[in-house]
Design a protein around this ligand. Structure first.
Ligand code: FAD
Length: 444
């Protein structure tokens, strides 16, 4: 029975080949020893379940055969100005939660591995441990002080591929990157280098088993196979109104291919820092050839757009609901802004990308710097008034930490209703002037 089960797994895995190449992975128990000799052979000891007293293939070894022996969750932690970005902390918090759940669901203690590239990263690597990582691997070089496409890609891919001699943890089975400008660039490139896929701009992550019809694995089209521990990566689609769930299932033809995603900032909670957490901080070492630095950064400057919405008491934000002639809508919103002592105008991207062809208010106010959301500013004012904004996830992440959210929308089912404190069903051309009058009259 044991041999039959082993054969079954092997056949399902690789058409009967009974070895797993030593390079395919390491780090999980007994399989290590066999791998050092170049192949993994399941033995009767491996497959005897002591509790049940009956012959079953040990779970880890089934996975060793099926997936290559690597299970850890890696998180690329982006930094800026000598600090971890919030999204890096949020991803670590989520990774910790997922790996803790993993331990509960599957009985395996898998690790969260933080990855950092830059200059002077050791302290930040240590901070990653307090925020949920078990291991933090960093690469330091003064030439890496700012993001550089080629060397960053090569270094992170090398960390993942070789894992060098870092014996205590695995290659990534899962790889999270931030959905920032640099993170988007890096994630696509690294996952490409690792011959794997990427789900971009994710805002929901879970790990479960999945029954899938997969001809790749079985050779039998239509036959369902259970894939273990698959990361379900949720991302907004159709302008943020629907979610897709992306799966990157195991492929026995590949040496290893981490399930990768980029994560929208603000999607998850960071852990409260815990100074008592213990972990390992490791410096990664690899020669950085000159031709990785063919693009020279000769100078940089901080862009002062003159628009900083972050410290305002009130933001009045308008969206595509202002219609095709925006002059009136902008005028009404600016009137409301002026009625408060400390307010400013915000925009949805729907407005920023609309091609308005009107002079005056439009030129003055419709600037990218006023955009709020994932690819704009993140604000948390005491009062956020959203007029004619539907509430797509990419907008939501930039404002849903506001203390009080008031939405004005003609559509009673607009998504923004779900995360507003007050929802005014109505036409903004009617509601905005009434709000302005009420505030000026001291009624609100
Ligand atoms: P719509 O979705 O068109 O909504 C208009 C709303 O106005 C509707 O709910 C409608 O019922 C209402 N309305 C119509 N007429 C009236 C009226 N007279 N009075 C009151 N209500 C009315 N978006 C952002 O905002 N910020 C970002 O940073 C951002 N980043 C993105 C990044 C990526 C990678 C992608 C793919 C998208 C991003 N988006 C971002 C775009 C986002 O997905 C939405 O398309 C956008 O937020 C929609 O803008 P909107 O709500 O103004 O327009």
């Amino acid at each position: 029975a044991i041999q039959a089960r082993i054969n079954e797994v092997r056949e399902a895995t690789d058409g009967g080949e009974d070895t797993v190449d030593a390079d395919e992975g390491d780090g999980t128990g007994d399989a290590d020893d066999a791998e050092t000799e170049g192949e993994y052979e399941a033995t009767e000891e491996d497959v005897q379940d002591p509790d049940e007293g009956e012959a079953t293939l040990d779970k880890k070894h089934v996975r060793a055969l099926e997936n290559g022996v690597y299970q850890d969750m890696w998180v690329y932690c982006e930094t800026q100005g000598g600090e971890l970005l919030d999204v890096s902390k949020e991803m670590l918090g989520k990774a910790r939660e997922l790996m803790d759940g993993y331990a509960e669901d599957y009985g395996d203690e898998e690790r969260v591995v933080a990855v950092l590239v830059g200059d002077d990263m050791e302290e930040l690597a240590e901070e990653c441990i307090t925020l949920g990582a078990d291991v933090a691997v960093y690469h330091d070089d003064e030439r890496l002080a700012r993001f550089r496409h080629k060397p960053y890609t090569e270094i992170v891919a090398d960390m993942a591929r070789t894992k060098a001699d870092w014996k205590d943890y695995d290659k990534p089975r899962y790889f999270l990157f931030p959905a920032t400008n640099n993170g988007r660039d890096l994630s696509a490139q690294v996952q490409g280098e690792l011959d794997s896929g990427l789900a971009s701009d994710c805002s929901g992550l879970t790990i479960t088993d999945e029954l899938i019809s997969n001809p790749v694995k079985t050779g039998e089209p239509g036959e369902k196979v259970e894939f273990e521990r698959i990361l379900h990566m949720q991302r907004p689609d159709f302008s943020g109104f629907e979610y897709s769930t992306i799966l990157c299932i195991d492929n026995p033809d590949r040496e290893f291919h981490p399930q990768g995603c980029s994560v929208i900032p603000g999607s998850f909670d960071a852990m409260a820092p815990d100074g008592d957490r213990e972990g390992e901080v490791i410096a990664h070492d690899i020669d950085l050839p000159d031709d990785w630095f063919r693009v020279a950064v000769t100078e940089w400057d901080t862009l002062d757009t003159g628009v900083d919405l972050t410290g305002r008491e009130v933001i009045v934000a308008i969206g595509r609901g202002i219609g095709d002639d925006p002059t009136k809508g902008i005028e009404l919103a600016v009137d409301l802004v002026d009625a408060f002592d400390d307010a400013d105008l915000g925009l949805s991207r729907g407005i920023v990308t609309a091609s308005y062809n009107v002079e005056g208010h439009v030129e003055r106010y419709v600037t990218e710097e006023r955009q709020i959301g994932e690819t704009g500013q993140i604000v948390q004012p005491p009062l956020y008034i959203a007029a004619g904004i539907s509430g797509a996830i990419q907008h939501k992440v930039g404002m849903d930490e506001s203390e009080t959210i008031v939405a004005i929308n003609t559509d009673p089912e607009a998504d923004i209703r779900d995360f507003s404190d007050f929802f005014i069903e109505g036409d903004l051309f009617d509601v905005l002037p009434r709000l302005t009058d009420a505030i000026e009259a001291g009624e609100l």
